[in-house]
Write a protein that binds this ligand. Structure first.
Ligand SMILES: [Zn+2]
Ligand SMILES: [Zn+2]
Length: 283
């Protein structure tokens, strides 16, 4: 069945903390009927940033993955394979970020806010819950960092734009539904649009207990209002999650008026139609 979404631009492998090999991920993309599949492994982190989930030998394994991607994107059959990278926004390490981006001929860079000022891992369960006032500080800072990241022009895609809700969904709902707080998201979306970036609409949130895509409806409405273009990603860490919940994700995007998505191939933006439910349209 055609899910309407033909490009999954966000996925991971056993090189970082995924469960499957790049070959298995690519096979899953083919089986899912995708036309484009991006492997966007996490960038290595500069000290003092850490992710306790990453494999110890990730630095040694990364070059082989990127060599494989460079080779396979030229020769692989099936979906067109793209070489992305999920770059951590680490504003105190600008040289590190420049080196990551310049290190290979990536098709695109996904910019992600996983840490607040080098201290707090927003996806760390142990860091939540917190008080309402602390949450307001964190959420406000998260969107200020996203605006900076977008304005820097270092990435082409802004990933999972409310990932910070992962371990505090109820807190985040109370925050984002207040207009004065949604207004704090606006500068980030305006910067994304100004830079010609894409806002990722991710099915990863649908795999969580709160079963809500990234980003939430309030941010989707604001993004559509501003005219922010979107891309789609599963953020799959297993082959089973490649293109996961894409039928629901397509319907979600359409419900905010989106009729197309976009993507980057070798840094060039392409738009893709988002057919209505059940249609088999192709560009
Ligand atoms: Zn991420
Ligand atoms: Zn990811």
């Amino acid at each position: 069945m055609c899910p309407g979404i033909i490009a999954d631009l966000h996925s991971h492998t056993i090189v970082s903390h995924g469960k499957d090999t790049p070959e298995a991920m690519l096979r899953a993309a083919q089986e899912a009927g995708l036309e484009y599949f991006g492997i966007s492994e996490h960038s290595l982190l500069p000290p003092p940033y850490v992710c306790r989930l990453y494999r110890q030998d990730m630095p040694e394994r990364m070059p082989a993955l990127l060599d494989w991607l460079e080779q396979q994107r030229r020769t692989a059959t099936g979906p067109r394979l793209l070489m992305g990278m999920e770059l951590d926004w680490t504003p105190d390490c600008p040289e590190y970020m420049r080196q990551v981006v310049a290190s290979r001929p990536f098709d695109y860079i996904i910019g992600s806010i996983h840490h607040l000022d080098g201290r707090l891992s927003v996806g760390g369960a142990a860091n939540w819950p917190c008080s309402e006032s602390e949450a307001d500080t964190r959420f406000s800072r998260y969107y200020a960092l996203m605006a900076d990241m977008a304005a820097s022009g270092i990435a082409q895609i802004a990933s999972h734009p409310d990932f910070i809700k992962l371990h505090c969904h109820a807190l985040f709902r109370r925050w984002i539904t207040q207009p004065r707080n949604l207004a704090k998201v606006r500068p980030a979306l305006l910067a994304i649009k100004r830079r010609g970036m894409l806002m990722e609409v991710s099915s990863a949130g649908l795999r969580q207990p709160f079963a809500e895509a990234y980003p939430c409806p309030e941010i989707m409405t604001l993004a559509a209002d501003i005219g922010v273009e979107i891309s789609f990603g599963s953020d799959a860490h297993t082959a089973a999650d490649v293109a996961g919940n894409f039928v629901a994700l397509a319907a979600y995007a359409r419900s905010f008026g989106y009729t197309q998505s976009a993507m980057f191939v070798q840094g060039e933006k392409r738009t893709l139609p988002l057919p209505q439910n059940g249609e088999q349209e192709r560009a």
